[in-house]
Design a protein around this ligand. Structure first.
Ligand code: PMP
Length: 398
């Protein structure tokens, strides 16, 4: 039977990571992988996480199963973190949350849940979007279509085309929108654009699915959630998928959450029953290590303050490098306009250079980025930024 299997292309980013690992050049720079790195090029365990893990070891007295929704304490914390503690949807008991294996798990549960609610639903994603969005929704049997988003010429949003596309989407379909720190472009909706998006969602009646994988990496925890909070106040129903991989640095612990907002508190019983039966059919119950770490942090004012500091340090480092890249490029005599990098948010931006230039950066300078020219900004540090800027200046000269 297995001999019938056809080869499957692996995600190019995994190939890139392997090529980087094998490259013997001591000056090599990895701008591919979407993982935060500090000034030493290291993805360290946050101090607040270390302390929470110690608390867990001390207090945990059972390894019995949790329920299908996971850890109730984590679920309450993550709802408050995302929506804000006094949001109307929380006060009205309209939200059902299940903690999931990472943000990816949240998206997959959401996809299966959508399939149950409307097997004919099309899910609309931004052009471009995180590549795994498309494969995981298709794997769940949903149709996937794209709406205009990033403008490769102006390095901003295709604002009018985006709203014109959204105006055509019918009720019964789902529109995925990135809460903040758009992956891969770094280009986010501003508040006024969230308001326009919300007005169209209400008018057309489609269901928004907000993916928030980077809360706190853009402008701040509340600032990054402002758009989705406004949307949740206005629309009758929506889905939020969140992830603690980046903002708590818990990547390999696989912790995220899916929150379904129903139109009234009565509906939530049916929503809950369906959501949990989807979970039961995939992995039955989630792992709890990451959830308990996050709960311990958010239960403690002291650990929460430490987490806020550590998160701000990551955010500020990335944002300062956004400006530093522009300054270093100017110092190297680059005249092309890269000012857009400072207007974008989160881990990524497209440099906007061509395939031949990307290839030269890799073969001549051991600088690795994906073929779209998306760079993961935190791969830069004081030891490699000048080398990077010089290399870019060289390939731009042709
Ligand atoms: N959504 C987006 C937009 C992402 O970039 C990512 C991570 N790369 C995820 C979801 C999933 O994150 P994870 O499964 O690692 O929590």
């Amino acid at each position: 039977m297995f001999s019938q299997l056809k080869p499957v292309a692996i995600d190019p980013i995994l190939g890139l990571m392997a090529a980087y690992r094998e490259d013997p050049n001591p000056l090599k720079v990895d701008l591919g992988v979407g993982v935060y790195k500090d000034e030493q090029g290291h993805t360290a365990v946050l101090k607040c996480v270390k302390e929470a893990e110690a608390l867990r070891l001390k207090h945990e007295d059972s390894k019995t199963y949790v329920g299908m929704a996971g850890d109730p304490s984590f679920n309450t914390h993550i709802e408050k973190l995302a929506f804000g503690a006094t949001h109307t949807v929380l006060l009205a008991n309209r939200v059902v949350t299940a903690h999931t294996p990472g943000g990816t798990g949240a998206l997959r549960v959401a996809a299966e849940f959508i399939k149950r609610a409307n097997p004919d639903a099309t899910i609309w994603v931004t052009t471009p979007t995180w590549a795994n969005h498309i494969s995981l929704f298709q794997a769940a049997g949903l149709k996937v279509k794209e709406y205009a988003y990033y403008d490769y010429d102006t390095k901003g949003l295709q604002v009018e085309q985006m709203f014109a596309d959204l105006e055509q989407i019918p009720a019964g379909d789902v529109v995925l929108v990135h809460a903040c720190c758009h992956n891969p472009s770094g280009m986010d909706l501003n508040f006024e654009q969230w308001q326009r998006f919300t007005a169209i969602a209400k008018e057309r009646g489609f269901t928004p699915l907000v993916d928030m994988a980077y809360q706190g990496f853009g402008a701040g925890l509340d600032e990054d959630a402002a758009g989705l909070r406004y949307l949740a106040e206005q629309v009758p129903e929506m889905i939020l998928c969140s992830s603690c991989s980046k903002n708590f640095g818990l990547y390999r612990e696989r912790i995220g959450a899916v929150s379904v907002v129903g139109s009234n508190s009565k509906e939530t019983d049916v929503v809950r029953a369906n959501l949990l039966s989807v979970v039961r059919g995939i992995y039955s119950m989630p792992p709890t290590h990451g959830a308990i770490i996050v709960s311990h942090i958010l239960d403690s004012a002291e650990l929460t303050a430490l987490w806020h500091d550590e998160l701000a340090e990551m955010r500020n480092r990335i944002n300062s490098y956004r400006q530093l890249i522009i300054d270093k490029f100017t110092a190297e005599g680059i005249t092309q306009d890269f000012s857009f990098i400072a207007r974008q948010h989160g881990m990524f931006s497209f440099l906007g250079i061509n395939k031949a230039q990307i290839e030269r950066l890799r073969s001549e300078f051991s600088i690795y980025m994906v073929g779209s020219s998306r760079v993961s900004i935190s791969g830069l540090n004081h030891a490699n930024i000048d080398y990077f800027a010089k290399a870019v200046a060289t390939v731009l000269k042709g």
